[in-house]
Design a binder for this molecule. Sequence first.
Ligand SMILES: *[C@@H]1O[C@H](CO)[C@@H](O)[C@H](O)[C@H]1NC(C)=O
Length: 254
Amino acid sequence: MWLMALSVPLLPAIVMLYSRYRVKVATLCQRALAWALRLTRGRVCVKSTHAFVFTNCTHGKVDSVLETFDLYAQTHSTLCIGPEIREVLDEAVRRVRPLRVLELGTHCAYSSVRLLRLLPPAGRLITVELDPVTADLGEEIILVSGFKHSQFQVLTCSSAEAIPRLRSLLGPDAGTSEGFNLVLMDHDPQQYLPDLLALEREQLLCPSGCSVLLIKRNQGADDLRGILDHIRGRTECYSIKTELQCVMEIFYRK
Ligand SMILES: *[C@@H]1O[C@H](CO)[C@@H](O)[C@H](O)[C@H]1NC(C)=O
């Protein structure tokens, strides 16, 4: 009761604030809604993909896991990457032969599995996923494919939180002080540029050469504009290797 009495004099102020910041409030609400929708939709999608693959694949056989993903994708919409991106990804891994790979956005772990199967024996993958449920399901799929925890690590946090921790996770053994040789970005496109800058700042891009693959999910040209501007301003260390409608590969060398 007293709360109501207290809020009555505040009402004009609230109305005034609301009308002044109406557009901003509306934008914020829209963003929050879009984020919540993306999260729930993403989770539903990941859960049903996971259930299908987990029950229908031959455990321990990486090819069977990938085929079962494909089978699912024939009849359902999924977050798995399409054939065009697969080709670019496989080709990049075969060419670079990376020892250290970073993936931002694990999703169903389809691309994690695809990457891991082509890594040299000493190769290692660190994959970062913001949503804890998705991260757990993804980790299970990687294990079901026959890979061991000595070959990969799933970090459950935002990319911004993960990047400053990566140096210590790479470990002191030979060849790893150089950073990553391959980075796959498939998380929030708004984060692509800030994360690339953070990776540069933390010296996590291998100076002798690092391939950065950027997945374009919603075909939005705007998503990568910031990154493109950045690269064009630094042609001494960046070049564009491949540019397709749904994926772009840039190459970093210092
Ligand atoms: C396994 O595959 C069959 C046949 O394609 C499908 O009907 C079934 O729903 C799948 N299992 C799960 C748990 O999705």
